[in-house]
Design a protein around this ligand. Sequence first.
Ligand code: ADP
Ligand code: MG
Length: 292
Amino acid sequence: ATPMSIMTATGRGAQAGVLIKNAEALEQFEKVDTLIVDKTGTLTEGKPTLVAVLPEAAHGEAEVLRLAASLERGSEHPLAEAIVRGAEERGADMVTATDFEAITGKGVKGVVDGKQVALGNRALITDMGLEGGDLIEKANLHRDEGETVMFVVLDGKIAGLVSVADPVKETTPAALKALHELGFRIIMATGDNERTAKAIGARLGIDEIRADVLPEDKARIVRELQEAGAKVAMAGDGVNDAPALAQADVGIAMGTGADVAIESAGITLLKGNLDGIVRARRLASATMRNIR
Ligand code: ADP
Ligand code: MG
């Protein structure tokens, strides 16, 4: 066989949209045994759509959606875009919220029509001293479908739920199967709810799930696995993935993701598809076999 140099490997990678930053990334990647993957935007499209609005008895669907969407106009989170787009499609008359505040990894708060409104996950309502009540069961039904459910809080009481779905990328199932065959242990790390994460993880045959992870926790998860002796690659697309990408032995960024994620990574998948990881591993193995 013809020898494959590092330059040949990086050149072949580039042709396939897999950008390998340097020789070190290639060398390290050959040794990786554990792959941590972010969920939203990495396993999934990262373009969620609104699928359900479930009001509490005292409220109407349109009212709950209007409150949620008015608040989310102030946010750039993909979940916010899904809710605003869904509200537009349903003809909601949104207003502009004041005193807007984003709570990282949890949700958003503000004032709509003079009323205090909050929207976010279980951690957010727990921080407000609230419990999900009867809506928890409905929330769980949607989570078991892999949807992300958010609570809408109006003047200190839960007014309803909104649920969004973010489809798994078409290329993800086959890529994960190939990565398993190459011997990787695959772990999902996500800020999303455990039930949602498990539903998606089970469908994809993911080995382990770390859910309800706050942004600062992803880098800690990488470090703990390294301390336990694992060689870790981390794949992610978001600003909140950047510290974990930098901490990993090899960071893998989606070319479709945030610039800071790309800057922190040793490998960038231009198309944002995980089959690029399979290719990177084959190139790494072929190169290192030659060098030894
Ligand atoms: P991920 O790791 O999936 O990208 P984030 O850390 O951005 O997640 O958010 C974690 C969770 O916090 C979301 O699943 C959602 O429940 C809640 N959340 C974050 N931002 C918002 C927002 N703008 N509106 C509603 N909920 C939000
Ligand atoms: Mg993401």
